[in-house]
Design a protein around this ligand. Structure first.
Ligand SMILES: *Cc1c(COP(=O)(O)O)cnc(C)c1O
Length: 504
């Protein structure tokens, strides 16, 4: 590369007189922010004109951008232009109404303006004193949401528990696992960590294993209980009990069970009641990961999936997955906040203050991995107040209705089958075995179909393999998706099958 001259990149000697500049000039801020809002509104308005799945090749961006940051300032318009020309083509448009992959991320105007405020204050809120409103609003909002979910008081600040906004499910699992680990090690001795065993099913999110690794659980002590199609890939309490029994008789100590309400592959739901029986019998910390499915439980017709939650130790769910909040926002409730604090608290001199020492306040730094934290509660508060419980319920129901409609389309076409029952707004389906054997096995055919659909750029879907079965996932949930998009997606998929089957 050498010393190629770029007019704007060579760090020359600093100019003798540095011009005054104020990076937060209120009038300049007003101008740029207004311009950016217009840019974003146009982006949302035109989002369907872009291919949903980005079509760029790896490394595309480095080839387009200069090698070094500019020495002299560039204009806002120039930067925005580059966003249009260089960044947008490399985006996979998660907010496109034709995005049906993974679990879509739901957003809203209320969450956006709430986020503006959260960012604007930049309150860093590690403890109560760092911004009392940030901590106290989070406590209120977590109790509100707990109420919407009909959680028992033992998970609320108005009872004996409490909630906290984490960044992701991964962190919710990690901090509760560490709380459980330390509670146990305090009794049995810290040299016994090799005896601690944790449990989940083969459908539990992969982040569970990562959390175990970070928490120092021995990899050979992570039990992954197999599931089957007959029980729709839910964790079997019978197998769980057998596994724990065997562990105990070999001298191991059962520590933690991660159950799931709405697994990532197929949205299966583990039976909380009977799993709690087992967990309680063995004194195991029961965490319920309801990242996606838990959001639906604000509707009475879905609340039964949480029956038994009063016997769990912690529950996490992510409003960024289904409750119109931008990333990231994972709500975690625990019955015993003191165990989190015991495991995670720090008390350096520079953070010491009277309210914290008086024990009359919550210092959220002791409930999470990091120290600093954003004022995310304000965003959630805007969402809850702007839409009310009624509109949030309607939003969930409308997605479920559209998924049901899609499920009906699939059932009406004999070339397809539904692989596992639809519980929420995800449909798992595939071309059946007998459609065309000359094209290869079921998996090859379905892979071809998925590739064909995604290459059109008109729709983005993903796949999974569960119980050895390759299947397509159609997840309804972006805020902009309407019935017509679901209908068009089905037409596209059907057209794809016709194309693929031609000459068969
Ligand atoms: C999405 C998802 C996760 C991962 O969530 P992060 O917030 O990205 O860590 C974990 N568990 C389930 C069931 C999920 O659906």
């Amino acid at each position: 590369m050498g010393s190629l001259e770029h007019p704007n990149s060579a760090p020359a000697d600093p100019p003798s007189s540095v011009p005054e500049f104020n990076p937060l000039d209120p009038e300049e801020f007003r101008k740029q922010a207004h311009q950016m809002v217009d840019f974003i509104a146009d982006y949302y308005k035109n989002i369907e004109s872009y291919p949903v799945l980005s079509q760029v090749q790896p490394g595309y961006l480095r080839a387009r951008l200069p090698e070094t940051a500019p020495y002299r300032p560039e204009s806002f318009d120039t930067i925005l232009n580059d966003v249009r020309n260089d960044i947008i083509p490399g985006m996979t448009h998660w907010l496109s109404p034709n995005f049906f992959a993974f679990f879509p991320a739901t957003v809203s105007s209320a969450a956006f303006v709430g986020e503006m405020l959260c960012t604007a204050f930049n309150s860093v809120g590690f403890n109560w004193l760092a911004s009392p409103a940030a901590t106290e609003l989070e406590m209120v909002v977590m109790d509100w949401l707990a109420n919407m979910l009909k959680l028992p008081k033992i998970f609320m600040f108005s009872g004996s528990g409490g909630g906290v906004i984490q960044n992701t499910t991964s962190e919710s699992i990690l901090v509760t696992l560490i709380a459980a680990r330390d509670r146990s090690l305090n009794t049995i001795g810290s040299d016994k960590i090799s005896k601690l065993v944790v449990y989940s099913s083969d459908q539990t999110h992969s982040t569970f294993k990562k959390a175990c690794k970070i928490a120092g659980i021995f990899p050979c002590n992570i039990r992954t209980i197999p599931t089957t199609v007959d029980t729709h890939f839910a964790l079997s309490p019978v197998l769980l009990r057998m596994t724990m029994e065997a562990d105990v008789s070999s001298g191991y100590i059962p520590l933690y069970l991660c159950a799931t309400v709405g697994t990532t592959s197929t949205t299966s739901v583990d039976p909380l009641q009977s799993l709690a029986d087992v967990a309680n019998d063995y004194g195991v910390w029961l965490h319920v990961d309801a990242a996606y499915g838990g959001n639906a439980c604000i509707c009475p017709e879905f609340r039964h999936f949480l029956v038994g939650i009063e016997r769990a130790d912690s529950l996490s769910l992510s409003p960024h997955k289904w409750l119109l909040s931008y990333l990231d926002c994972c709500c975690l409730w625990v019955k015993r906040p003191d165990l989190l604090v015991k495991a995670l608290s720090t008390n350096p001199e520079y953070l010491k203050n009277k309210p914290s020492e008086s024990d009359s306040v919550v210092d959220y730094k002791d409930w999470q991995v990091g120290t600093g934290r954003k004022f995310k509660a304000v965003r959630l508060w805007f969402v809850l107040r702007s839409y009310g419980i009624t509109n949030l319920q309607s939003h969930i129901r409308s997605d479920v209705r559209m998924a049901k409609m899609f499920e009906g389309f699939v059932r009406s076409d004999p070339r397809f089958e539904i692989v596992v029952p639809r519980l929420f707004s995800l449909v798992c389906f595939r071309l059946t075995r007998c459609v065309c054997s000359e094209l290869g096995d079921t998996e090859t055919m379905n892979r071809k179909l998925l590739e064909w659909v995604n290459l059109t750029g008109q729709v983005y879907m993903t796949h999974t393999i569960v119980g050895g079965m390759y299947m397509l996932r159609f997840a309804v949930g972006t805020t902009l998706t309407e019935e017509r998009h679901v209908i068009a997606a089905w037409e596209l998929i059907r057209g794809g099958v016709d194309k693929i089957l031609k000459g068969c």
